[in-house]
Design a protein around this ligand. Sequence first.
Ligand SMILES: [Cu+2]
Length: 508
Amino acid sequence: MSQHPSRRRVLGSALALGTAPLWPDLAHAASAAPRRLIAGTRSLEVNKRAATLFGLTDEAGQPGIVLAPTERFRVELVNQTRNHTIIHWHGQMPPWTQDGFPWPETPPLTPGGTRNYDYAPIPGTFWMHSHQGMQEQSLMTAPLIVHSAADSRADHQEVVLMLHDFSFRTPDALLAKLAGITPGAAHAMGRSTESVPAPSLPPRQPADGSSMGMSGMSGMSGMSGMSGMGGMSGMGAMDINDIAYDAFLANDRTLADPAVVRVGRSARVRLRVINGSSSSQFWLDLGGLTGTIIAVDGHAVRPISARTIPLAIAQRVDILLTLPASGAFPILARLEASRQRTGIILATAGAAIPRIDAVGLDQTPPIDNSLEARLTALTQLAPRPPDQTQQIVMQGSMKPYVWTLNGETWPNITPLMLKTGQRIVLDLHNRSMMAHPMHLHGHAFQVIALNQTPIHGAVRDTVLVPAMGHVRIAFDANNPGRWAFHCHNLYHMMTGMMTEFRYQGVAV
Ligand SMILES: [Cu+2]
């Protein structure tokens, strides 16, 4: 490793994307004016080539939102793009009409349009992204950090690390190549997520006190593309990293010119890591440092030590690090099943900054739930029997490129009906050769079993269901409305892998 050329920018701590300023806007908590969040376009240089991308910034041009303890999420979203857009506050639990999903009741913002939001946020590491078409792939994403009162008493420096996968090609072109269709057809397919289930579809009735059974699986034997399963052996048949990205970004930069975040000597650092990728999953590599995981998806876990940490699409992890007295400390995100990587460098003043190649020597394995099995929520779901148990079967194939939940593709789905107050258990069965990071809007769930082994796992909003794996989650139906449940691999969602949880009594 050699010294990097001097043109490297060392970012000031308060201004860098990588660091959250300490309580910059306490005045906001009491002020009358909402924060303005601008959905706009920006240009970014990636590996010395310019790209025009979306962005979500505050009035000072900083990405995303950092809320002070007890501050409400009072935001005026301004659409300064030439496209329709709608922004989802991933992991938050607002009223459903503020969730940022293109339901008919909450249509996307027109170009030039504004919309106001006002709800009590939950503290932790969250993020925001467009739920319109495939804008997320074009970096219509940003951190959403909500500080707690305990955060303000802690003696650590905060560093936000946001990961992206990046291509110079349009999302339409990426989907077209994946699906073997024209970019025009891919664009139309992308528009399908702006459709919603037809009201005439008969809703699935809630099952009180009993399992729904496996009725949704009846069509699976006829699914095309599953014929190869019989011959599946080991990891060779697994399907990962279908898109050849041009770069992987850590706070908008590559390892060729990484963000260098200045840290104090022997600093205590709270890393808030967000996987904002559309289709890529990583192993975080703390470079020999041992970190303490204190939260996942914004929800506190019993602290555990780790040096490498799997991070599925849309997941977050909060890690406490105690740094040695001085030096440079790369925090790498290594793409799963690959040698590619990205990252940032924490460095004390005057430390030599190592040069790190964007391609490493060793190939990583696919990410898995080995860490998930060790996680325990600090605040567990209260023990009680489920009021309904839903079986959700994930299937799909590369040819044709279609991904389904219980044999259905969005928007031709049967809403899963909930009643307020119910305890819901979801049995997530992955019958495909790709892993699916499944995300439920508007609720936090607890992971209660992995491959039939019961655990008192983490509370989170996105869980990895590995290829051919099973994950059981539980949540309380305490946020009436219409809620999307989908795979957070953007291209799986675009080609069908989404359904709706709908509370009884919500008029549609
Ligand atoms: Cu998926």
